[in-house]
Design a protein around this ligand. Structure first.
Ligand SMILES: Cc1ncc(COP(=O)(O)O)c(C=O)c1O
Length: 437
């Protein structure tokens, strides 16, 4: 436990950047759902079975089978986490003059594309930019916009990506029908399609619940259909792998896979372990078996919905419908007195920490406002993401979070903006330092 006075000192010391805090000074840590979940008994048991042979470890084959059970790609390339898979695939297919569309690129995906000199383009449906609009599949890609891009620049597009669920767009799902539509367009232009599949199981659960015609199918069947519509995937096992570390890159193309493995050996490791220990491979394999269990998914999605419903009832504007892994507070709507370039999301995130030790994450102009040409523009939305670690917090913790948000909402007029006093060239939200205005 910490007092408000202690937290105010801690966040000032951290340059008003929640990433700079000591985690021990955080009471409820909703910074991310990535790698922060609790592993199950059976995952810990699997860790004990980890075989640490350098090449061809039995744990590698356990991992490979578990991945292919859901995603039967010819090549599976293990990495230490999702961004390592991104770095490798975009080094292979990116470069100056190339353009990579996505429903919405996650920050590391965008950064890895831009680091090669290529352009990252977001093509979400227009409803995705309206936080209060309860459209049930806000993760969908705008098919007309994709058509237009492929017609104009098809030769420059090495692959189309679809992120499930759409993290930066609010943890919102993508319809199978939309994914089929993307596939058709990719086929017409001869362009491969990849999934950023971090939250594939949560996406499949939403498909089962909301997309007509899928209620009777199992989550595994829906996941396999998602896999059958694409040519490859990047994955962070820190989300729907239910593990604390890990990821992979998978694809069918032999030539791309060979180039990817050559890069893997340079920075990650031998192709049968990537950046992972044998015990990590075992934990992920077991996690993949657990994450598609429907009792788990029902509990997971309902508990996120519980937080969202509590916040809406307390008058806090949230992105709707409530997403899978997180609730997104609409800081721009809550704090209209703060201009986007004075970072309303940062202001709200700092206030939640000061008031109750709750750590969320700004997803807005701080994260997306700085462009490769050096200019700064308001992001389409200014949100604060409260991401829920898997199988970690209890309902009483979540009730406390609702109380803290309601208390901050009650003094919203007093919140002020921030300015950035120090920032790195890329991914500035991780290390920038701020000052209150
Ligand atoms: C949609 C999405 N893609 C990629 C990543 C990157 O994965 P990692 O953090 O394992 O590098 C994340 C992580 O949060 C993500 O949410």
């Amino acid at each position: 436990m910490t007092t408000e006075e202690v937290r105010r000192a801690a966040i000032r010391e951290a340059g008003f950047n929640l990433f700079n805090l000591h985690a021990a000074d955080v009471l409820i840590d909703l910074l991310t759902d990535s790698g922060t979940g609790a592993m199950s008994r059976d995952q810990w048991a699997a860790v004990q079975r980890g075989d640490e042979s350098y090449a061809g470890s039995p744990s590698w084959y356990v991992f490979l089978d578990a991945v292919r059970e859901l995603f039967p790609f010819r090549h599976v390339i293990p990495t230490h986490q999702g961004r390592a898979a991104e770095k490798i695939i975009f080094t292979v297919i990116g470069g100056p003059g190339k353009v990579v569309p996505n429903n919405t690129h996650f920050d590391t995906t965008r950064a890895n594309i831009e680091a090669t000199g290529a352009e990252a383009v977001d093509l979400p449906i227009p409803e995705a930019m309206e936080p209060a609009n309860p459209h049930p599949f806000k993760g969908n890609m705008d098919l007309a916009a994709l058509d237009a891009l492929l017609l104009a620049r098809g030769d420059d597009v090495p692959a189309v990506f679809v992120t499930v669920t759409n993290n930066s767009g609010g943890g919102q799902p993508v319809l199978l029908e939309n994914l089929r539509g993307v596939r058709e367009r990719c086929d017409r232009h001869g362009v491969p399609l990849f999934l950023d599949a971090c939250r594939f199981a949560e996406n499949a659960w939403f498909v089962k619940q909301r997309e007509p015609g899928h209620a009777e199918r199992t989550v595994v069947e829906i996941v396999r259909e998602m896999a059958s519509l694409v040519d490859g995937m990047t994955m962070s096992a820190k989300k729907d792998g239910l593990a604390n570390i890990g990821g992979w890159l998978a694809m069918n193309d032999d030539e791309w896979a060979e180039r990817a493995r050559n890069l893997l050996v340079l920075t990650e490791g031998f192709p049968t372990y990537g950046g992972l220990a044998g015990r990590d491979l075992e934990a992920i394999a077991q996690g993949l078996r657990e994450v598609v269990q429907e009792d788990y998914l029902r509990y997971r999605i309902r508990s996120t919905g519980y937080l969202g419903e509590g916040l809406l009832a307390a008058g806090i504007p949230c992105m709707q419908p409530i997403g899978g892994h997180a609730v997104y507070l609409d800081a721009r709507a809550l704090l209209p007195q703060i201009e986007p370039l004075q970072y309303p999301g940062q202001s709200l995130a700092v206030a939640l920490y000061e008031a109750g030790g709750v750590r969320g994450c700004e997803i807005g102009t701080v994260m997306f406002g700085r462009h490769p040409d050096g200019s700064e523009r308001a992001a389409p939305m200014d949100l604060v993401r409260l991401a829920i670690p898997r199988r970690t917090y209890t309902q009483s913790h979540i009730d406390y979070v609702i109380e803290v948000c309601a208390a901050v909402g009650g003094r919203r007029e007093r919140l002020r903006g921030y300015r950035i006093v120090e920032e790195p060239r890329a991914l500035r939200h991780f290390t920038a330092r701020f000052e209150p205005l």
